[in-house]
Design a protein around this ligand. Structure first.
Ligand code: FAD
Length: 506
C-alpha cells in the first residue's frame, strides 16, 4: 500500500494580526496548520472587550489604517473582511479656534496633490506654511540627518517653530507613530510623509472599520480559518519553543505541559515574551535577538463616551493643539453602510471614541481626571457637550500599545527567519521597515509564511508592493527608502545576559 507522508505541520503561536496573516497565507497549500492563542479570542492588540453593563463589543481602541497599507488591504480581501472597512477620502481638522479645514486630494499630481488643502488649512498662518513647506522639502530629500538624532532635534535644526511643531508635525506624527517627537526616529517620520502623503494621490486616505475589531479579526477570522481546516485553539498558552540538543526545532510545549510536535513554528507573540519562550540556550545562538531588550513600549489611551444626544457633528475630526488628538464618532461610523451616514443612534444618543497617542503624560492621571480633561476639550469644541448627559464611559490605557520608534530602533528588530531551521518570528516589532501598525504586523506574518514556503521549495510572493508612485513624485523623491541613518552604535550593545527568561512574563 502507498503511504503518503503526513503534511508538514506548521504551528503558529499567537493569534494577533502577525499570526493571523501567516496562517491565512498558508491555508490551502497542503499543510497542517495549528494556531495557538493564549487569550479566549483572536485579534491580539486589535480586538474588543465585552462591556459588562450592556454586553456590547467595545474596541480596545479605534484602529485606523491608510490606503498606503497595501498588505493589510490584501489580508482583508484574502479573509473576506474587506467589506467591513470604509474609505475616508477627506480628513477633517478642527483648529484650536474651532475653524474647520479639510485635507483632500486636489487637482495637482503627487507629490503636490495635497498642496491646495495645505495652503488653505486655517490652523496654520502663512508664515507657518512657509516653514512647514521648507521642512517637508528637506525631509523628503533626507536632508542632513544625524545618527541617533530625534525628529524634534531635526525639526529645530530645520527652522521649525513651536507653533509648526505643535500644530503640524506633532498632529500628523504622534498619532501615526505613537511616539513623542523628542524621542522619534527621523527615518520613520520621513516615511509617514513620503509613503502616506507624497508618493501617491490616495495614500493618505483613511480606512475605518465599520464593525467592532472583535468581529473583524475575532469571530470572522476564526470561522474563516476553521473552514479551511486550521485548528484554532484559544485559551491555549504556549510555555516554550522546544529545540533538541542539536538545536533542531521539535515543536512547542503548552502551559499545561502538552507537547505539540511541529515542522515549522511561527512565533508571533509580542517582543517581551520571546526571550522567556525560547530559553537562554536557544537565545544564545540567535544574535539577531540580542537587541530585543532595547525595544521599549509606548502607551495609547482610548476614551469611550456615550452621550444621551449628538455632540459631535463630524464622523471623525483631528484636533491640533489640544489634549485630545482624534475624535471618532462611532455612532456615525459603525451605524452606517458604505453609502449612508447617521450621527444618531436609534435612542438619539451618540458614542464617541477619543484617541490620545504617546499617552505618557496620562499614565500618572486617574481615569476620572482623564475623562474630565477630555470632556473639557469637547465642551470647548461643541457647546452641545455641555448640555449632554454622559450615560456611560470607559478609559482604556494600553501601556504596551506599540513598540516605541525611538531613534535607531530598526537596529534592534530581528528578521522573521531565525538561525533555527523551521523557526520563524512574526509581529509588528520584527524587521518590516514599518512602525508598529496592523500593516507592519501583516507584513511580518506574510514574510514568515514566505520563508516557510521557500523552505518547502514552493516559493510564493505574498508581500504586496506599495501603491504606485506618481511619475513626478518618483522623479522628485525616488522610491521611499528605509530609514537611511545608521543607528548610533553606542545604543546597540548586545546584552544577552539581560535577556533573562525569568525577567520576562509569559
Ligand atoms: C490602543 C492601540 C491602538 C492602536 N491603534 C492602531 C491604529 O490605529 N492603526 C494601526 O495600524 N495599528 C494600531 N495599533 C497597533 C496594532 O494593534 C498592532 O500593531 C498589531 O495589532 C500587532 O499585531 P501583532 O500580531 O504583532 O501582535 P499582537 O496583537 O500583540 O499579537 C500577539 C498575540 O500573541 C498572543 N500570545 C502572547 N503570548 C502567548 C503565548 N505564550 N501563547 C499563545 N499566545 C500568546 C497574545 O495574546 C496576542 O493575541 C494599536 C494598538 C493599540 C494597543
Amino acid at each position: 500500500m502507498d503511504h503518503k507522508p503526513p503534511p508538514p505541520h506548521v504551528v503558529v503561536v499567537g493569534g494577533g494580526l502577525g499570526g493571523l496573516a501567516a496562517a491565512s497565507a498558508l491555508v490551502n497549500r497542503g499543510l497542517r496548520i495549528t494556531l495557538l492563542e493564549s487569550r479566549p479570542r483572536l485579534g491580539g492588540r486589535a480586538s474588543s472587550f465585552n462591556d459588562p453593563k450592556t454586553g456590547e463589543m467595545v474596541d480596545n481602541c479605534q484602529h485606523v489604517s491608510m490606503a498606503c497599507c497595501t498588505n493589510l488591504a490584501d489580508f482583508s480581501r484574502r479573509v473576506g473582511i474587506a467589506d467591513l472597512f470604509r474609505r475616508e477620502s477627506v480628513i477633517t481638522f478642527l483648529s484650536p479656534e474651532n475653524r474647520i479645514s479639510r485635507l483632500r486630494a486636489g487637482i495637482g499630481p503627487a507629490p503636490f496633490h495635497l498642496a491646495e488643502s495645505f495652503l488653505s488649512a486655517n490652523y496654520l498662518t502663512w508664515n507657518d506654511k512657509l516653514r512647514v513647506g521648507y521642512g517637508l522639502a528637506c525631509l523628503a530629500r533626507n536632508h542632513d540627518v544625524r545618527p541617533g538624532e530625534s525628529f524634534a532635534d531635526w525639526l529645530w535644526r530645520h527652522k521649525q517653530s513651536v507653533r509648526t511643531i505643535n500644530l503640524f508635525w506633532a498632529t500628523v506624527l504622534v498619532s501615526a507613530l505613537n511616539e513623542r517627537l523628542e524621542q522619534m526616529d527621523v527615518g520613520h517620520a520621513r516615511r509617514v510623509f513620503v509613503d502616506g502623503f507624497l508618493l501617491n494621490r490616495s495614500g493618505f486616505q483613511m480606512e475605518l472599520p465599520i464593525a467592532p475589531l472583535g468581529e473583524l479579526y475575532g469571530a470572522r477570522l476564526e470561522t474563516w480559518l476553521r473552514e479551511r481546516e486550521v485548528e484554532v485553539r484559544l485559551t491555549t498558552g504556549v510555555r516554550s519553543i522546544d529545540c533538541g540538543d542539536d538545536a533542531a526545532l521539535q515543536g512547542v510545549t503548552l502551559r499545561n505541559g502538552e507537547r505539540i510536535p511541529a515542522d515549522f513554528v511561527v512565533l508571533a507573540v509580542s517582543y517581551d515574551r520571546v526571550a522567556g519562550m525560547l530559553g537562554e540556550t536557544t537565545l544564545a545562538g540567535m544574535p539577531a535577538l540580542a537587541g530585543l531588550n532595547r525595544l521599549e513600549s509606548s502607551p495609547i489611551t482610548g476614551v469611550h463616551l456615550w452621550f444621551d444626544r449628538p455632540v459631535c457633528p463630524f464622523d471623525h475630526v483631528v484636533t491640533p493643539g489640544r489634549f485630545i488628538q482624534w475624535v471618532f464618532n462611532h455612532t456615525a461610523i459603525q451605524g452606517r453602510t458604505a453609502t449612508t451616514s447617521t450621527s444618531e443612534d436609534p435612542d438619539g444618543g451618540q458614542y464617541l471614541q477619543i484617541v490620545i497617542s504617546a499617552a505618557y503624560d496620562l499614565l500618572a492621571m486617574d481615569k476620572t481626571e482623564i475623562r474630565d480633561a477630555v470632556l473639557a476639550d469637547l465642551v470647548e469644541m461643541w457647546p452641545a457637550a455641555r448640555d449632554a448627559s454622559l450615560v456611560r464611559w470607559w478609559v482604556v490605557t494600553e501601556h504596551g500599545a506599540t513598540f516605541a520608534v525611538r531613534p535607531g530602533v530598526d537596529a534592534f528588530r530581528p528578521p522573521q527567519r531565525t538561525p533555527i531551521d523551521g523557526l520563524f518570528l512574526a509581529g509588528d516589532w520584527t524587521d518590516t521597515g514599518w512602525p508598529a501598525t496592523m500593516e507592519g504586523a501583516v507584513r511580518s506574518g506574510y514574510l514568515a509564511a514566505q520563508g516557510i514556503l521557500d523552505d518547502l521549495d514552493r516559493p510564493a510572493r505574498l508581500i504586496r508592493p506599495g501603491l504606485k508612485s506618481g511619475v513626478l513624485a518618483k522623479w522628485l523623491l525616488g522610491r521611499s527608502s528605509r530609514p537611511s541613518v545608521p543607528p548610533d552604535p553606542s545604543r546597540f550593545v548586545p546584552q544577552l545576559d539581560a535577556l533573562n527568561p525569568a525577567d520576562v512574563a509569559t
